[in-house]
Design a protein around this ligand. Sequence first.
Ligand SMILES: [Zn+2]
Length: 379
Amino acid sequence: MFRRAITLPFKLLGIPIRLDMSFLLILPLFAFLIASQLPAYVHLFAGNTSADNLTQGATPYLLGLIAAIGLFTSVLIHELGHAVIARIYGVETKEITLWFLGGLARFDDMPKQKGAEAITAIAGPITSILLAGVFWLLFRTPHNSAALAFVLGYLMTTNAALAIFNLLPALPLDGGRVLRSLLALRMPYIRATNVAGIVSRIIAILLGIYGLLNQELFLLAIAFFIYNAVTAETQYARISEGLEHLTVKEVMSTEVSTVYPDMPLSQFIRLMYYKHHTGYPVVDFEDNLIGFIRLRDASQFGENQEDPDLDTKTVADIMSKAETAFETDNALETLKRIASSQMGRFVVLNQLGKMVGIVSKTDLIKAIQNQGRSPTQTT
Ligand SMILES: [Zn+2]
């Protein structure tokens, strides 16, 4: 879902860290908001210490920026807390993304062991509580800088708030994952997800009403986020349940239109408009698969009818390597692979390597993806 994100040039614990555009916008906004509330914060955390010099010139904005960076760094450490525990269960974290509502860790999969999801989920809030404790200790250490008292006090409070907020029993927040995982100890996973889903929607609605009445836009945004994410989550559980026991053979389409490598592009483009497929396997005269050609690869040539390339170039010039699945592969695993591939559709082979069908991103997969998030994410 984070298409416009930049990846940091270093990894943490071997995990790529990405900053979504929305994060790059929210960071200065946060800094500004904190700066505008600075006198109140300083009064709260530094008491009677003279703080006049903190509210002058650029100082409030600098302190605001430090506090905002500290807050998002804390969110990042919270996510790393999840990642460390998931790793113990043998699940790798693909990436951690910071965006305007906080952080998201994307896993290869959710830990499957009973109760493992709960332990992985609770690791985040525990990390935040530990961080709050560290800042509390530093805060309590005698010093007479009002600026330091403000930064430490702010991070102590926000980390505690982060832990408490994430413990709300609403999917995809950590508390919701704990709830689902505990329910799944006593009932089938799909039912556990549905029950947790109902609880999550109620919480999202209450949070939304509260946010609306108090004009807390941030809470309102979180309520929407939870509501949408929980819909995707329950859908995914249903789809997984449905596909888990199927093979690719049972879901593939056997009507495959193929093209030959020596077909001129002009002809291919006409075919494309006529058949409306997004891609075609390329086969030789003995029906052996030799590549795959996508609509996208050819579309750059279709714009100009006069383009001399249209008659001189052939399918072979612009085709890509085909991505394949075996007909005996598990349908759910294959659809996950398709979802994270560039191709959008896989050519299905039998055990002899002969092409027997094609399996594409179905509307179901679109439902999982477009609903906002891949289901294996945690806040
Ligand atoms: Zn978390």
